[in-house]
Design a protein around this ligand. Structure first.
Ligand code: SAM
Length: 340
């Protein structure tokens, strides 16, 4: 979908724009809840740099390499869409940022779904609209959608940013807005994994925002979903790499490094080493951090690389692969076919 409406950060004008551009999604929104959304009071790591956030560089990474994370995104879409009914299921992307998942899912080889970008950050919601993706401002803990209105809900790529005491409320809200038979998919990079180490030892030290958040465990995910009332709750590991290409081996290393610097806002590395130097340092730090030891093995891991590789694809095409494995819980809201 191409949207030409210029939208401000004002909530009412965003709702009007949504009504004009995406009327069938607008009808799913409870306007009173939407207008009652609390003003910003939390810190916003994904806000503008002038307000202490790392929003601009995060968005720059996604817009420069929208397909860098397509493998994991595809797996999540398959999981969330599994039981969705109707012609074109509506799936809420609760931590939608600037609409990356929406854009990736427009590809013809992706499952046919309407991905609705939602985010708490006014900067991210405005960035999504500016990039042509309609977006809804809400907190995952208190959604603006009507009860029983959507086919799928996804909480991914940042679940650890939800404050620990509020994580159950997110699962409860997912339950509320889902129709019976709809699925909730909860994704995070598990506590104790190389990705959690990356956040703790690299992002926390080298970004202006820091990054000190508790990541989910499988038990914690399961507990949240079961408490909300989801049935058939499973947890699984999903291969969710970052992939970047270049015209030479060093070019692919630099591309991967630059993506990491921008996505995680590693500004202190840039100040210390310059832009190019920071990319290479980030690549080296990633190679050191992303080693999935045999002790952390699980079914399916053996089919994937377990440490950073840069491989030749063609005469002047190289690809860098940073292996990430994410923990994903899936639960279904009971009630379909008289099971409620
Ligand atoms: C790492 S970004 C992910 C963006 C996008 N899904 C992607 O993969 O590029 C995490 C996003 O979650 C948003 N966020 C964090 N806590 C939130 C909450 N409680 N409710 C809604 N959005 C939240 C942030 O504003 C940010 O845009």
């Amino acid at each position: 979908m191409t949207v030409e409406v210029v939208v401000t950060e004002d909530r009412r004008s965003q709702l009007l724009a949504l009504q004009e551009t995406w009327p069938h999604v607008y009808t799913l929104i409870d306007e009173e809840r939407a207008l009652g959304f609390d003003a910003d009071e939390d810190r916003d790591d994904f806000g503008a740099a002038r307000e202490g956030g790392r929003g601009e560089s995060y968005v720059a990474a996604q817009q420069a390499r929208p397909e860098a994370r397509i493998t994991g995104i595809r797996a999540l879409m398959d999981l969330v869409g599994g039981s969705a009914g109707g012609d074109r299921p509506v799936v809420l992307d609760l931590l939608g940022g600037d609409g990356l998942l929406h854009r990736v899912c427009l590809r013809p080889d992706m499952p046919d779904m309407t991905i609705v970008t939602c985010d708490a950050s006014s900067f991210m919601v405005a960035s999504a609209w500016a990039a042509g993706v309609p977006a809804v401002r809400q907190r995952a803990q208190r959604q603006v959608f009507r009860s029983g209105s959507v086919d799928g809900v996804l909480l991914a790529y940042g679940s650890h940013h939800v404050p620990e005491p509020e994580r159950q409320a997110v699962a409860d809200e997912a339950w509320r807005v889902l129709r019976p038979g709809g699925r909730f998919v909860l994704h995070d990079f598990a506590e104790g994994s190389p990705m959690a180490t990356w956040f703790q030892e690299v992002v926390d030290k080298e970004s202006e925002t820091g990054h000190s958040y508790a990541h989910f465990t499988a038990d914690w995910m399961r507990e949240c979903l079961v408490r909300s009332g989801f049935r058939d709750v499973t947890t699984t590991w999903v291969f969710d790499p970052i992939v970047a290409t270049g015209t030479s081996e060093q070019g692919a290393q630099a591309a991967l490094g630059q993506y990491l610097v921008q996505m995680y806002g590693l500004d202190k590395l840039v100040r210390a080493h310059g832009e190019e130097g920071a990319s290479m340092v980030a690549f080296e730090l990633a190679c050191r951090t992303f080693r999935w030891e045999p002790s952390t093995a699980f079914d399916g891991m053996q089919n994937h690389v377990r440490e950073c590789v840069v491989e030749r694809l063609g005469l002047s095409k190289w690809q860098g692969v940073l292996p990430r494995f994410a923990l994903v819980a899936v639960g279904e809201k009971p009630g379909r076919s008289g099971t409620m």
